[in-house]
Design a protein around this ligand. Sequence first.
Ligand SMILES: [Zn+2]
Length: 129
Amino acid sequence: MKPEELNSFRKMLKLLQARLRGDVEQLQDEAFSTSESGGEQRSSNHMAEMGSDAWDLDFSLQLVESDQGVLEEISHALKKVDEGTYGLCELCLQQGLPETKAKIPKTRLQAIPHARNCVDCERKKEMGL
Ligand SMILES: [Zn+2]
């Protein structure tokens, strides 16, 4: 991959990382503030009986968790940029393919800049092979 291409992917990853970090913080704020601020607009006693306050909280925390997973993937990808292995499929490399054959297509990286594997390997992984 050309240095300028690598640079633009690094920028994309940083941008995504910053955006997700902002979102995560915001979601956590929302999740932890519902018990205090939620009572005014809606009837909190009624909602508590329905159990939906608890459900809202669970749901928000789940979102936080999945964002956190993506954040880990992004910092992993940024590490690969620094190590010079960005854009290479990890599973192909594990199988002993040379770097020239282990490339993740750029169109895939543009869609998922933190992708670890090429499409074939990702499919195999999802099928548990
Ligand atoms: Zn692969």
